[in-house]
Design a protein. Structure first.
Length: 296
């Protein structure tokens, strides 16, 4: 058995990246698969969060930062090209793992070990779903369980611009607080590059995490590319879900009356794909068509 490792990313279309993440889980039918990817300037909120409570909408528009909702729970995170995202899906029962909590521990310990190997002394996993370096958060985890598979993904602050993170995520939500929604826990953070004192190539981080996870699972490594089935499912999810503003702004109706018109407009801009994102979709569709013609 081998750990399938895929680098599959479309940084300029953050919405499709999230669609592929869900497709990666849905299509999976093997033993273990790992995906690495990056987003360009986006806030990703958890499945049960209200966007207006998590972000400064005006700051999003001013900084040209998009807004998306993932299909797993947890809090809001900021992605840019200095952020490394990783996702692991395994056959339920592999390595004795049957729940998200168990996979949190396995992934958290493996990633912490990988960071140590890169020079981040004092990296460790903190239950339930954080990875820290000397008390400062460097990565968080979220996940879900299906009947035959368990999925966990995380965002690693490799070299992100933390100044933008501080401007676009809300620190205080007293004016709009509502206990019906999941709130993000604000924590002191650090980037991996700060911790190790040098620049790191994404491929160096991919290799370290892949090796650590493969060792934890007792598997070899098999590098791979996105399958046509994964891409087609991702496109379907994009069209039906991740390109739709109503998915990313779900729950907004509960507090819409408390928001200024400018804030509403900024939220809708941030949560909507633009021409630059659609151009990427056209390229993906073209590549799929060409691959189908080649196969036939």
């Amino acid at each position: 058995m081998a750990l399938r490792v895929v680098v599959a990313e479309w940084p300029g279309n953050q919405f499709f990246n999230l669609g592929f993440e869900e497709a990666f889980l849905r299509v999976f039918s093997g033993d273990a698969a790992l995906r690495f990817w990056r987003n360009d300037r986006v806030v990703v909120i958890g499945r049960h969060q209200c966007a207006a409570l998590e972000v400064d909408a005006r700051a999003l528009r001013r900084e040209r930062v998009k807004l998306t909702r993932r299909f797993t729970g947890g809090g809001a995170v900021y992605h840019d090209l200095g952020n490394i995202n990783y996702a692991l899906v395994i056959r339920r029962g592999l390595g004795g793992v049957k729940s998200v909590v168990e996979l949190f521990r396995l992934v958290g310990e493996a990633v912490a070990s990988a960071l140590e190997s890169l020079g981040a002394r004092g990296a460790y996993y903190r239950a339930l779903n954080d990875i820290e370096i000397d008390g400062l958060k460097v990565s968080g985890l979220a996940g879900t369980t299906l009947p035959r598979k368990v999925f966990v993904h995380g965002a690693l602050l490799a070299g992100s611009d933390l100044s933008i993170l501080g401007r676009v995520l809300k620190v205080s939500r007293e004016k709009l607080s509502d206990k019906r929604f999941v709130a993000s826990r604000k924590k002191r953070v650090i980037t991996l590059e700060e911790a190790v004192g040098r620049k790191l190539a994404p491929e160096e981080i991919y290799r370290a995490i892949s090796d650590a996870l493969a060792e934890k699972l007792g598997l070899g490594i098999a590098e791979d590319s996105p399958s046509q089935e994964e891409l087609r499912e991702a496109l379907r999810l994009y069209r039906e879900k991740y390109s739709r503003t109503e998915w990313h702004l779900k729950y907004l109706g509960f507090i819409e009356d408390a928001l200024a018109r400018e804030e509403l407009e900024a939220l809708k801009w941030a949560a909507s794909p633009g021409p630059e994102q659609e151009k990427i979709i056209e390229e993906i569709e073209k590549n799929i068509e060409e691959a189908m013609e080649h196969d036939s």
